[in-house]
Write a protein that binds this ligand. Structure first.
Ligand code: ADP
Length: 325
């Protein structure tokens, strides 16, 4: 199929590096003689028609910026067939004949449904700090968030060391433990409590029964947000009830994890994936997410990327356990 005009949008939770991806998609398209239209506020802008032609200058000076210049939104209307029909009509009207969606699990689910309903070519780019998409080793924003967590934990450690305390630091992840586990390794924390192994073992009981690090009087534990484990608040509640001898403190890192200038790794990943998305469309690929595996670009069918749970690397559990004695 000859491509004339590609639409680009960012959707769902923002992540550092999305701008680098927007830049890469725009420039790669223009390089290949394809027009670009920027769609604002994710699927919402597709429905309301908040769409603007993009030239190379529109993406100048954004590679280093966190957030997304295209804005992002959650859009309930796109969950309905009527909403998606309006979005399709809008694209036809705008002359957009293919779409690049940068976002997480939810955004790619919407993309998959839309693509099959209207037989519309869509390529996805994994933009989420959670790293929870199957078929790609990492997602855009994950490395930056991990570094932010590491720096925050370093700061908390200074105060933690001045008291005899147990610190639970909750990090994002939406039921994925990648940030918690790797954040714990990178910051030298005592443990990570993650949803992936919650059904196999009571991680809190194990932590307490094994005793904290003997050489230190304070302990830092990274906790992935999760309904399965109860997150940092739920675990602190359990400590108060079951192990009242411990003085427990909770810090929820929250949205600082999403902000900031993307790391070199995220900028490079976003640049590679943005170019790959346009190449995929030119090769007539559709309904695929761009992934990276062993430093090679791969195409992952939407179905696989969304439906499968991405497993945690268990070697990392061992690294953390061994090094925190
Ligand atoms: P993320 O992409 O970060 O996972 P969300 O889960 O909030 O973020 O999804 C972003 C948007 O994607 C939603 O607001 C909605 O517009 C669209 N979306 C998510 N799931 C579906 C679905 N099942 N059907 C249609 N659209 C969906």
């Amino acid at each position: 199929m000859e491509l004339k005009c590609v639409g680009i949008l960012t959707s769902g939770g923002d992540s550092p590096g999305m701008n680098a991806a927007v830049r890469a998609v725009t420039r790669a398209a223009i390089f290949n003689g394809i027009e670009v239209k920027g769609i604002y506020r994710g699927y919402k802008g597709l429905i309301t028609g908040e769409i603007k032609p993009f030239k190379t200058e529109n993406v100048s000076n954004i590679i280093q910026q966190g957030g997304t210049i295209l804005k992002t939104a959650r859009c309930m209307e796109f969950m309905t067939i009527e909403g998606r029909k309006t979005a399709h009509d809008r694209m036809v009207q705008e002359g957009i004949d293919c779409l690049v969606v940068i976002g997480g699990d939810g955004s790619l689910t919407g993309a998959r449904i839309f693509a099959s309903e209207f037989n519309f070519p869509i390529v996805g780019i994994p933009g989420t700090i959670d790293n929870d998409l199957y078929g790609t080793d990492t997602t855009i924003g994950y490395d930056t968030a991990l570094n932010t967590i590491m720096e925050a934990v370093d700061k908390i450690r200074d105060t933690a060391n001045s008291h005899d305390r147990l610190f639970f630091i909750e990090v994002m992840g939406r039921d994925a433990g990648f940030l918690a586990l790797n954040g714990a390794i990178a910051s030298g924390a005592e443990a990570a409590i993650i949803p992936e192994i919650a059904t196999e073992q009571d991680q809190l009981a194990e932590l307490i029964e094994n005793g904290f690090r003997k050489s230190k009087n304070s302990s830092i534990v990274l906790v992935a947000e999760s309904d399965i484990t109860g997150g940092a608040m739920g675990l602190a509640e359990r400590v108060k009830n079951e192990y009242p001898q411990y003085d427990v403190r909770v810090t929820i890192l929250g949205h600082i994890q999403r902000g900031g200038s993307p790391t070199a790794n995220d900028r490079i990943l976003a640049s590679r994936m943005g170019l790959a998305a346009i190449e995929a469309l030119l090769e007539d690929q559709r309904n695929v997410m761009i992934g990276i595996q062993n430093d090679q670009i791969v195409y992952v069918p939407f179905n696989k990327a969304i439906k499968n749970d991405k497993p945690i690397n268990r070697e990392l559990l061992n690294v953390l356990r061994t090094l925190s004695i």
